[in-house]
Design a binder for this molecule. Structure first.
Ligand SMILES: Cc1cc2nc3c(=O)[nH]c(=O)nc-3n(C[C@H](O)[C@H](O)[C@H](O)COP(=O)(O)O)c2cc1C
Length: 371
């Protein structure tokens, strides 16, 4: 039914308007107690065998919502109601900013992909921190907060901008993510170079510890799929050295590989990050490489091109403890998480592994490639 609705209604609307419309419905539904209870029971049934623990946090399952969908932390309960086991809000920047001019989000329907150059449109760290502070959770879910650099802040002052966000947001974050991988903020991805990344992560770690002395807020870094393999290794080594809690692989790509001929070349030529099905192979490759390098020393989060339970399972075998999705949700609709959970539970039952944790990295270990 969603497919029909998507084809008849959403594909005729501007993608960003369709996003806001769907978002409004989710937020409205969660305000009506009977409706949200019914929807959560229907869309987010819990499978005991999928219970997951990552960086000391307990979750109903391994599958969460990737950053960028709920940039301002306005729909955490709505997304939990739809079955996401964790919700990563943001990217939030130090200061509020409008993002790039519209039109900045494009659907490549034949490729089940999106291109976006949103440019971190968000209300800024002060407003999002106030919203999180005032939040009265309806559903118990893990909330990650993803932070990035304000566009007008010069690269030389990037660390201070991230620190400002970390200080304001860490108290409300179950985990914190340093995003250095979005292609739509000039210079941002240069922060992935270890000379820039080391002081940045060290300063954000210190800021989180300073502002939340009672709890160690897990800190993760999110990387791009466009890094050369040696640079992936360098980030992995740095993460181990700094005692980081996790790495999220990957963000969107600036490459245009894997697109079919049915997609209009003018769409392919749009500037921005490509996500969805064409990103699947590279994201999986980066994840596998990371796991071979860090093993179980650091928690890995797999994201990029997830469409099905089988995709999630493959990421787990490649080393992911948690898996996230964004574009697949746009194409599959509200029953997506439910289908993933159901399929994943069935996959685990027919596998040689007793728990999901046992399956993490199994393919890489089998190949004898772990540290
Ligand atoms: C419209 C859009 C906006 C996004 N915004 C962010 C963002 O603000 N911060 C971030 O870390 N990732 C952002 N992402 C990247 C996603 O979190 C994810 O890493 C990427 O889309 C790959 O996953 P997918 O193929 O399941 O979409 C965005 C993706 C899309 C499609």
């Amino acid at each position: 039914m969603y497919q029909l609705f998507f084809r008849l209604v959403f594909t005729r609307m501007d993608p960003e308007k369709a996003h806001h419309l769907a978002f409004r419905w989710i937020r409205l539904a969660v305000r009506v107690p009977v409706l949200r209870t019914f929807l959560a029971a229907a869309l987010a049934p819990r499978h005991k065998e999928l219970r997951t623990e990552a960086f000391g946090l307990r979750m109903h399952g391994p599958f969460g919502l990737a950053a960028g969908f709920d940039k301002n932390a306005v729909a955490i309960d709505g997304m939990a109601m739809l079955g996401f086991d964790h919700v990563e809000v943001g990217t939030v920047t130090g200061e509020a900013q409008p993002g790039n001019p519209r039109k900045r989000l494009f659907r490549l329907v034949a490729d089940r992909a999106l291109i976006n150059r949103m440019g971190f449109n968000n209300e800024g760290s002060l407003a999002v921190a106030a919203r999180l502070a005032a939040r009265e959770p309806v559903f118990r879910t893990v909330v990650g907060v993803n932070i990035g650099k304000t566009k007008v802040v010069p690269e030389a002052d990037a660390v201070a901008d991230y620190v400002k966000s970390a200080e304001r947001l860490a108290p409300y974050a179950d985990y914190l993510v340093v995003n250095v991988s979005s292609p739509n903020t000039p210079g941002l991805r240069d922060l992935q170079a270890t000379e820039a990344l080391r002081p940045l992560l060290t300063a954000v770690r210190a800021a989180a510890d300073r502002t939340v002395p009672a709890r160690r807020v897990p800190l993760l870094v999110k990387i791009a799929p466009d890094l050369a393999d040696e640079d992936v290794d360098a980030v992995a080594d740095l993460a181990v050295e700094l005692g980081l809690d996790g790495i999220i692989a990957t963000n969107t790509t600036i490459a245009r590989d894997g697109l079919g001929s049915a997609t209009d070349p003018s769409l392919v030529a749009e500037t921005g990050g490509l996500s969805g099905a064409p990103l699947k192979a590279r994201s999986l490759e980066v994840l596998r490489r990371l796991y071979a390098r860090v093993g179980d020393r650091i928690t890995l989060v797999g994201v990029g091109g997830i469409e099905s339970a089988e995709d999630v399972w493959q990421r787990i075998l490649a080393g992911a403890t948690l898996v996230q999705g964004y574009s697949g949700f746009i194409y599959a609709g509200p029953f997506w998480s439910r289908a993933i959970h159901k399929g994943l539970a069935a996959r685990l039952r027919t596998s040689p592994y007793a728990t999901l944790a046992d399956a993490v990295g199994a393919d890489v270990k089998k190949a004898g490639k772990t540290v």
